[in-house]
Design a binder for this molecule. Structure first.
Ligand SMILES: CC(C)(COP(=O)(O)OP(=O)(O)OC[C@H]1O[C@@H](n2cnc3c(N)ncnc32)[C@H](O)[C@@H]1OP(=O)(O)O)[C@@H](O)C(=O)NCCC(=O)NCCSC(=O)C[C@H](O)C(=O)O
Ligand SMILES: [Mg+2]
Length: 299
């Protein structure tokens, strides 16, 4: 099983040259170069040109590089999309996806442009309609023509649109996170939690990472370099989890357990569904460790 860790996914504004440079040195699993809400209208064109130049230049190592375009219906959306297709990032992130038509429409443009087959689509779930339609959006995933592999929560926009209040226990946000998460999992997609705006509040940030991990998120979107390392820590399997996973794998490899559906490991009932979970933990731990040992010593 080959895993792609998506623990830390760092946004940076496409018109911020220094941030683009710095992103090449940060231990984030992925970066999202933003052309949408963090870029003022007057800077949209400059941001696009700068982002495209940075993708062509490369130097991002094993980090996934994602370009967030403006919504298609804006004056910049279609130009962004064609520029993204030509630049071949790992993925194009579509903001404010409200229904499956938003994915199918984008996939149609991507197909008509005969885009590089490596380009994937990611979708932002950040409107009330996006939450209501999370299932039909995620259902676009299994068709390879749609290229959809990941959903990203936009909790700032959701709070804005719903008029709910942000709170440390994320009382208002949890149902949206859970609905998006089950929709993503039902169709085999990854799902990434929203951002934590108060980037100087280390404790609050860590607590929110732990909250997201408990809900089942694959990782968290970030806005500042200081958030990358703690986020990687929280979303990595712990030594204890890895050791337990390996015990389960070894136990099922014993000849006497080959035909058993359920066994006991250290006094606990373990079924084959736990073996599937254990293999996933082991695979993600291996992917993280391979990254830190071989490819990029800063991970
Ligand atoms: C939030 C910031 C505006 C803060 O910027 P600043 O005050 O410049 O931060 P620092 O001085 O502490 O920065 C220290 C150094 O780190 C670099 N830096 C800062 N941010 C980033 C970054 N995101 N990526 C890479 N590098 C970064 C600075 O250049 C400094 O470098 P150095 O010169 O070496 O000291 C800023 O952090 C920022 O712009 N963050 C990203 C904002 C963004 O992209 N927002 C869009 C996504 S959020 C969203 O919309 C989610 C969703 O859609 C929703 O609805 O919820
Ligand atoms: Mg948003």
């Amino acid at each position: 099983m080959v895993m792609r860790p998506r623990r830390s996914v760092l946004y940076l504004p496409g018109d911020n040259e220094r941030a683009l440079e710095k992103a090449r040195t940060l231990p984030a699993d992925a970066i999202i170069i933003d052309l949408e809400d963090s870029v003022a209208p007057a800077n949209k064109e400059r941001a696009r040109n700068q982002a495209i130049a940075a993708i062509h230049e490369g130097g991002f190592g094993s980090r996934e590089v994602i370009l967030r375009v403006n919504p298609i219906e804006t004056p910049w959306g279609m130009v962004d999309l064609h520029a993204a297709i030509a630049a071949v990032p790992d993925a194009i992130l579509i903001p404010k996806v409200s229904n499956s038509g938003d994915i199918l429409g984008t996939a149609k443009v991507v197909k008509a442009a005969e885009a590089d087959p490596r380009i994937r689509l990611w979708a932002m779930i950040e409107t009330p309609m996006g939450i209501i339609n999370a299932k039909e959006i995620a259902a676009c995933g299994p068709d390879p023509d749609n290229r959809l592999v990941c959903l990203v929560l936009g909790t700032n926009d959701l709070l804005k649109e719903s008029r709910a209040l942000a709170s440390s226990n994320r009382f208002a946000v949890v149902p949206w996170l859970a609905m998006t998460l089950v929709a993503a999992r039902a169709y085999g997609l990854d799902v990434i939690d929203g951002v934590y705006n108060d980037f100087k509040d280390d404790l609050g940030f860590r607590a929110e990472c732990e909250h997201g991990r408990t809900l089942g998120m694959d990782g968290k979107t970030l806005i500042h370099p200081s958030q990358v390392v703690p986020c990687n820590e929280v979303f990595s399997p712990t030594e204890e989890e890895i050791a337990w996973a390996r015990k389960i794998i070894r136990a099922f490899e014993e000849p006497e357990n080959a035909r058993k559906g359920v066994i006991t490991v250290e006094g606990r009932m373990v079924e084959r569904l736990h073996l599937v979970m254990a293999k996933r933990v082991a695979a993600i731990a291996e992917a993280i460790s391979a990254r830190s040992k071989v490819e990029e010593p800063w991970f």
